[in-house]
Write a new protein. Structure first.
Length: 241
């Protein structure tokens, strides 16, 4: 009976560790891309507020093209033509597009700009910034985003993202289930391990969400917590060995 429980615990740890490793790499890369985008384009006049409608692909592959998009609403009673400046990384520099776009009173429009692997910098990143100049009573707005490009031409970025998320969730759930089945009833060491697993689970999932939402500051905190917790777990294991 004890041998069976040990096998379940071992399989659970292997499955859970695989999910954490893949999730950690994913959160680091996604948040690194957003972090790089924030600083890549240098200084510009600060905008009045953040352009919250900026959307970028979550992941891309070398077979992909994608679109960076924003949504603007003219909340005034006048027809306007706000200027939109886009900067997209391109072979170590940036390609810039500045144009005025008509926006009727009360109208909401989506604007998009295509990106491709030709826009990569640092080997695996596409970086973008969009600045919407103030127009009449509408404030100026800007935001940045980064996209990780993976050399897997057989898949699209969204397919790869879904596969990775599915792998993480399935392995994480299997790891929890197997480990709990092999650890019942919980003793003091088991409760400590349970706490570590819960923290790892929460931090990795929050870190991936941060990468999706362009909260690179939150992602950086999650990365630091993961590293410190890993050091603590390994140190505790070595001490007991």
């Amino acid at each position: 009976m004890e041998s069976k429980k040990k096998t379940l615990r071992t399989l659970g740890i292997i499955s859970f560790t695989a999910s954490i490793l893949v999730g950690f790499v994913m959160l680091v890369l996604m948040n690194w891309a957003n972090f790089e985008a924030y600083f890549f384009f240098g200084y510009t006049a600060p905008a009045d507020t953040t352009l919250t409608t900026l959307k970028c692909p979550l992941l891309m592959t070398t077979a992909d093209t994608g679109n960076i998009s924003i949504r603007l609403t003219n909340t005034t009673s006048l027809d306007l033509s706000p200027m939109i400046r886009t900067e997209i990384s391109y072979y170590g520099a940036a390609r810039v597009d500045s144009n005025n776009y008509p926006l009727a009173a009360g109208e909401t429009r989506n604007f998009s700009w295509m990106v491709s692997p030709d826009d990569m910098v640092f080997g695996h990143l596409i970086l973008a910034r969009v600045y919407v100049y103030s127009a009449y009573t509408l404030p100026s707005r800007d935001n940045t985003c980064g996209i990780v490009v993976v050399n897997l031409p057989g898949l699209t970025g969204i397919q790869l993202f879904v596969i990775l998320i599915a792998f993480i969730l399935v392995c994480m759930a299997a790891g929890w289930g197997l480990w709990l089945a092999g650890s019942h009833p919980l003793q003091a060491p088991g409760r400590i391990a349970l706490t570590a697993m819960a923290i790892f689970t929460g931090v990795v999932l929050i870190g991936i969400l941060a990468g999706c939402m362009d909260w690179w500051g939150v992602g950086l905190i999650c990365t630091v917590i993961c590293v410190l917790l890993t050091i603590a777990v390994v140190g505790n294991y070595i001490q007991k060995a």
